[in-house]
Design a protein around this ligand. Structure first.
Ligand SMILES: [Mg+2]
Ligand SMILES: [Zn+2]
Length: 182
């Protein structure tokens, strides 16, 4: 069985935008992302992106443009020796009622099946309530990062509270590294 770090994209690996990330010119990876993922990869985790991109269903971007962003992301990470093991995308609109849009667990369980992952030894890192719900429902430990649009998210009224709250992805990686060493 493998262990994984499930990662949200916008607001977690790169800065988010209320106008959506429509093409490569909108995509800004955080400077600490490669270092953070390197730490997690070295610990033996599979790195798996689980992302909602309703901008596709909304007609604001296309599957092709999103793939270009993901090719760029993979190439940038590879410069630091980081391999993104999988990318699971939901292109649907919230009203489509698909099974793959977070907080639904369709995509995460697809990845669990593809990579034979033990979710109880895995983490979900994201910046929103949807990420925390997805991870928790799948049996992962959850880490909230505060680099989303709403920066300091108010978690008090959430249905499911995150297990950990940290400043950003690098702190999340360092936290997991520390817990692994115990
Ligand atoms: Mg996000
Ligand atoms: Zn979907």
């Amino acid at each position: 069985m493998n262990r994984a770090i499930f990662l949200d994209r916008d607001g977690t690996l790169n800065s988010d935008s209320r106008d959506y990330i429509k093409d490569l010119s909108d995509f800004r990876m955080f400077s600490f992302t490669p270092q953070a993922l390197k730490i997690l990869q070295k610990l033996g985790f599979k790195l798996i992106l689980i992302t909602n991109q309703s901008a596709i269903a909304r007609g604001l971007t296309t599957q092709d443009e999103v793939e270009k962003i993901h090719e760029f992301l993979k190439k940038e990470l590879l410069k630091s020796g980081v391999i993104l093991d999988g990318i699971y995308l939901c292109p649907h609109h919230p009203d489509d009622n698909c099974l793959c849009r977070k907080p639904k667990t369709g995509n995460i369980f697809k990845a669990v099946n593809d990579f034979k992952i033990d979710t109880s030894k895995s983490y979900f890192i994201g910046d929103s309530e949807k990420d925390i719900e997805t991870g928790a429902q799948a049996g992962c430990k959850t880490v909230l990062v505060q680099t989303g649009i709403d920066k300091k998210e108010e978690t008090m009224n959430w249905r499911i509270a995150p297990d950990y709250i940290v400043e950003n992805l690098l702190y999340a990686a360092k936290l997991i590294e520390e817990m692994e060493s115990q």
